[in-house]
Design a binder for this molecule. Sequence first.
Ligand SMILES: Cc1cc2nc3c(=O)[nH]c(=O)nc-3n(C[C@H](O)[C@H](O)[C@H](O)COP(=O)(O)OP(=O)(O)OC[C@H]3O[C@@H](n4cnc5c(N)ncnc54)[C@H](O)[C@@H]3O)c2cc1C
Length: 387
Amino acid sequence: MSRNLKVAIIGAGMGGLSAASALRQRGIEVHVYERAMMLGEVGAGLQLGPNSYRVFRALGLEETFRQNAFEPINNVSLKWDDASVRFREPMRGPMIERFGAPYMTAHRGDLHRILRETLPEDTFHLGKICTGAENHGEAAVAHFADGTSVEADVIIGADGIRSAIRAQHFGADKPRWTEQMAWRCIVPVDCVPKAFGPNKTTSIARNEYFGWLGPDGHVICYPIGNGDMLNIFAGHVSIDWVEESWSAASTKEELIAGYAGWNEALLEIYSNVTHVFKWGIFDRDPVPEWQTGRICLLGDAAHPTMPTLAQGANMAIEDGWVLGHCLDNSRDDPGAGLRAFVRQRQPRTARVTLTSRQQFANNRMVPPPPPIDRSWIFDYDVTTEAA
Ligand SMILES: Cc1cc2nc3c(=O)[nH]c(=O)nc-3n(C[C@H](O)[C@H](O)[C@H](O)COP(=O)(O)OP(=O)(O)OC[C@H]3O[C@@H](n4cnc5c(N)ncnc54)[C@H](O)[C@@H]3O)c2cc1C
């Protein structure tokens, strides 16, 4: 009989939680160590493609996920200045027909909770700041700033773009500044003007996903939760980002000033903002190796990606599923399981990272070309590919 494994995951983000949930589903003992004192996510939305929807389905969470997420009916692209419609394409029907799973939008906090609730409370160890990890023969040990350590068969660094485990084992190089920053905020859906644009001919239904594309920015708006709230991602080209931190409080006035000259309907939506944060967008060049012995990276720690294809968290969720599968299949040799995991995930995530950069470059062209086709991302069924 193959033996049971103990896995320690550093970081309770979307990647760490998906991995923990997938491992537990397979009966593997898992513990999650998080530096924050409370579990949660930033107050913003997330887009989830058919590819990560399939993971929620395989985790037995499809119904709960659907109850907490929104399925936009159309994708509408607007010109930044006059708000004329560049294109309006149906999402709801065609996504299911083509990919067998929907494209959904949700509040990050809801998704985080859904994954968290698959795990017993004693899985989580809070206020644990990981300072590094090392291989110890047939095991690995993670160390924490409070002087404690934990030994496990496998240590997973799911500790985000500035991963301590990555810096220790795979190079302490800094993330790459992408020349994009973004404001993120949530407003009531009802604040979208009823009719705007040329001769007031543009209108957006409450259940549509819509975006504005201009030469120095790109704004995406979509309903979340039960559809009453609208999540706004306001991307902006910015040569110099001087903040030390990569997320900081901002103001409505700063947001509005960043979009001077854009269509007044967008500025009217912005006038309803109460809380807004700004983020510097960073990524890293893809690297071939995320594993050393019994230690391995996952999610943004391994492959941080620009949000231009909205796939960073989707990739982290896919990673979690594949990790569960690979370690389950290799209980007697977890190092081999980790190697199989990296072999399967590295090429796909590298392609997503580089295509996300290309989409950002395309968005800056005048006029911008049509969006890059994402069907190769959505088509992929990680739950059967892994098998
Ligand atoms: C503006 C913006 C919009 C985005 N929109 C989308 C989208 O629509 N769709 C999508 O798929 N992706 C999107 N992304 C990308 C997505 O947010 C990330 O890819 C995803 O959150 C990565 O998850 P993760 O679990 O790997 O890392 P993180 O979410 O960064 O989680 C890392 C966790 O590790 C903890 N941690 C860090 N260091 C330590 C330590 N030393 N010790 C212990 N714990 C530690 C952190 O507190 C955190 O809880 C967006 C990103 C940005 C910036």
